[in-house]
Design a protein around this ligand. Sequence first.
Ligand code: NAP
Length: 349
Amino acid sequence: MKKIEVGILGATGMVGQRFVSLLERHPWFELAWLAASDRSAGKPYVEACTWRLREPIPESVRGMRVNECQPGSAPQLVFASLDSKVAGEVEREFAGAGHVVVSNSSSFRMKADVPLLIPEVNPDHLALVRTQRRERQWKGMIVTNPNCTTIGLVMSLAPLERSFGIEKVLMTSMQAVSGAGYPGVPTLDIMGNVIPYISGEEEKVEQETQKLLGTLSDGHVRPAAFSVSAHCNRVPVEDGHTESISVSLRSKATLTDLAEAWRKFRSVPQERQLPSAPEHPIVLREEADRPQARLDVETERGMATVIGRVRVCPVLQFKYTALSHNTIRGAAGAALLNAELMKAEGYLD
Ligand code: NAP
């Protein structure tokens, strides 16, 4: 198969770097174009970018020139990881000009005609692009992945919603600093500290969860009916959002039933063997003190949600801990998997 050329909008940022790294040996996509702000445009990538990943910048990308975020010279398929202040305007311009924009930012996630996707959870919502094309008359399209905190929560809830139905959810997050971009949270604010506020995050988690687990019919998503309450905190961890979750279910279940629902959870990405799909989207740990960000964040190349500490909750019904890699499964890896699903479903032809 001839590889599909792709570009990255926001290629120099935390998520952009993950895209560069994950695309290096991608079997379907080939990185051909990079873009970022005016500060970076015109420079070779190695000079424009403060590279923060452990692996080196791929040789083929070091000298690539960074472009301005203008459609035209970009490949048809672009991954977007732009600063939220500019993301909406730039993505709209690219979609209008005929590009397929696979986005990480929040600008379009909650729009009624834009798919908010987790390929294991709601692959059918991709069909919303038909409504989008009809209503916006774009030649291109925008498809989004959820916020990095929503994704771990929803991956853990989806098997429970399918098997037992969900009534209520309470989630408290401990979110890594890489989730705030680069340079992100000032050292003096976060060192030895917990910050109990991340602007807009709790609302995003609550609303996105209901859209993702909602039902598509007649070109619209009816949000899931259960309530979600989120408490979001920033903690001095490099990568990996940890979440303490309590849930009450609509039908009777035991701890063993929950474990079985998570263990057997497989979906379209696994059936279709999409290149970025984890073999086990949910990995269950039995140890009393796992998952831990430092030890477990790279599970399944950062694409799995790791669940542990499953027990009875005296207030709701059950409680557990979930861990998810925020810049891989919560951002660049999520967008890659979305694009792979789109390719497999014929949306990139
Ligand atoms: P970041 O490290 O701050 O990177 C932002 C990127 O946007 C950089 O490439 C930057 O280019 C570019 N940019 C800034 N201002 C611009 C402008 N005026 N015009 C064009 N490009 C501009 O942020 P990030 O953490 O990678 O996040 C990127 C997006 O993904 C955000 O919308 C964020 O909410 C979302 N997201 C992040 C995570 C995460 O875990 N970090 C997870 C999910 C979603 P320069 O280097 O040239 O300034």
